[in-house]
Design a protein around this ligand. Structure first.
Ligand SMILES: O=C(O)CCC(=O)C(=O)O
Length: 215
């Protein structure tokens, strides 16, 4: 019981202390200076160390390296990718995954989605289907920086772009989850304030809230 209480306390602490408001102009590009919706993006740099990145890679590459990059996803959203769903982790890696899971309010889907984008890979604007993803998900970025762009579904002139750094985590929930489409920009479009971001091969480790919880 005490263990559970401590865990719950830690999760709540994580959830509220890491909601960083991005206002550095190097990392953020807004559609207009009075736009504020980006402030509900939870983002935390250096969420893992290089050693922790290596531990995750070692575990997922056994399977990924036997797969070929696919040119496009069944729904045409993801291009240049390979992916797996992973349920069980080695004890040494599980605690990193647990740290990531602690950013998403329970209940969570039990498996972790590993998405490996080739250097040319990208993700087109979409909202995750409510059939596969609950009200919140957290994405840990390995191997490369990337640029995420969010655009309001009904007002496309409401948008922002953020540099998502290697080792960082971001969390989408609330209006950013349901009212904004998100995309990971391709090499040509991957700029923030006209500064080009070099995206190499990028691996994202994604944990999702369970679909049983309605918005
Ligand atoms: O890899 C990412 O940062 C984005 C993943 C994504 O678009 C999704 O899970 O819906």
């Amino acid at each position: 019981m005490l263990k559970f209480k401590n865990l719950a306390k830690r999760n709540i602490l994580y959830y509220f202390t890491n909601r960083i408001r991005y206002n550095s102009c190097n990392n953020l590009e807004l559609c207009s200076s009075n736009f504020t919706d980006h402030k509900s993006l939870l983002i935390r740099d250096n969420f893992i160390t290089t050693e922790e990145e290596n531990a995750i890679l070692k575990e997922v590459e056994k399977k990924l390296n036997r797969m070929k990059y696919e040119s496009s996803h069944w729904d045409d959203v993801i291009h240049g990718y390979r992916e797996i769903q992973k349920l069980h982790w080695l004890e040494s890696t599980q605690f990193i995954i647990d740290r990531l899971r602690s950013l998403v309010p329970p209940p969570l889907l039990p498996h972790t989605h590993i998405l490996d984008l080739s250097p040319e890979g990208y993700i087109t604007p979409h909202i995750d289907s409510v059939e596969y993803c609950g009200p919140c998900f957290a994405v840990l970025s390995l191997l490369s920086d990337a640029v995420i762009r969010l655009e309001h579904t009904e007002s496309p002139d409401h948008w922002f772009k953020v540099l998502i750094k290697r080792y960082s985590v971001y969390v989408l929930d609330g209006k950013l989850r349901y009212q904004y489409k998100h995309s990971i920009l391709n090499g040509k479009d991957a700029t923030v304030n006209e500064v080009k971001i070099e995206k190499g091969r990028r691996l994202s480790v994604i944990v999702r809230g369970d679909i049983t919880k309605e918005p």
